[in-house]
Unconditional design. Sequence first.
Length: 320
Amino acid sequence: MSNEYLVEVKNLKQYFPVRNSKGKLVPLKAVDDVSFAIKPGETLGLVGESGCGKTTVGRSLLRLYKPTAGEIWFDGQLVTDKNMHEHRKEMQMVFQDPYSSLDPRMTVEDIIGEPLDIHKLCKNKAERRERVLELMKTVGLNAEQATRYPHEFSGGQRQRIGIARALAVNPRFIVCDEPVSALDVSIQAQVVNMFEDLQQQLGMAYLFIAHDLLVVHHMSDRIAVMYLGKIMEVADSDSVINHPIHPYTESLLSAVPIPDPKIARTRQRIVLEGDVPSPMNMPQGCPFRTRCRYATEQCAAECPTLTDRGNGHFVACWNR
Ligand SMILES: Nc1ncnc2c1ncn2[C@@H]1O[C@H](COP(=O)(O)OP(=O)(O)OP(=O)(O)O)[C@@H](O)[C@H]1O
Ligand SMILES: [Mg+2]
């Protein structure tokens, strides 16, 4: 096992047992055989429509859900229930909604101090206080705000509190689950820039989940595109945005506004036909085939796996 990668996800599956309309228990395949790897200090962007399984990938990766199948490796070590507590210090998560992810009854000091307590990282109260204040400074909050409660803060400030809490244990990897999408557009850029500055200073790797392809392009070294629980395409960030190969990525990109009118005029808007199928009732073969303009019989018979099209550009498609 080489340690080129910090995080490796191998054939991850997360099936939730749910009842269908007839009351029968069926597996909802939220994540279905997903593999990827992230190098130290690297950002992998994860994009895809609502409900395609992005959050579930992040949560299963950190074992907030017990995976149905698959392996997570961290720094060359297989992560298990037994050693997860150790790894929790290395792998953290920043949540989408800074309103519901902070305990309203706790002060900022206690919210940020909690992981320090859990991992017994401070010898006494004074040391804990010092570390909390240092973390608050790192994310641009004032020391006087330490005794306040979450409701006294704006969305952007709350997200800073969530980030400080994630940083408390000096993680080497952070899952950032749509960390700016609940925030006002005017402050999204500030928070995105903060994630970048922190990475420069501290060298963490990120799995950066977002809807917004332009934000993901800005943030990420590589981008993975998900559809119905599967990764359809993964490549370096510029290749995915400028030379997409998978028809699903093409259609996602065709909906993104382009600032340059010359390029915008040449580009064709691809509108997908039909609805996203239910993950409780997935099509046989390729999950995208029911909406794909290139679909053939082979697509219905067999699900394509990711294959390398050169320079680390991986695509799961029979026809492109
Ligand atoms: N705990 C759960 N129990 C049952 N089904 C779940 C659970 N969590 C997620 N799902 C289902 O799994 C699928 C993937 O959900 P997930 O939240 O991972 O999507 P997402 O890509 O993060 O969406 P969004 O962009 O809206 O955040 C959805 O169909 C969702 O309804
Ligand atoms: Mg989500």
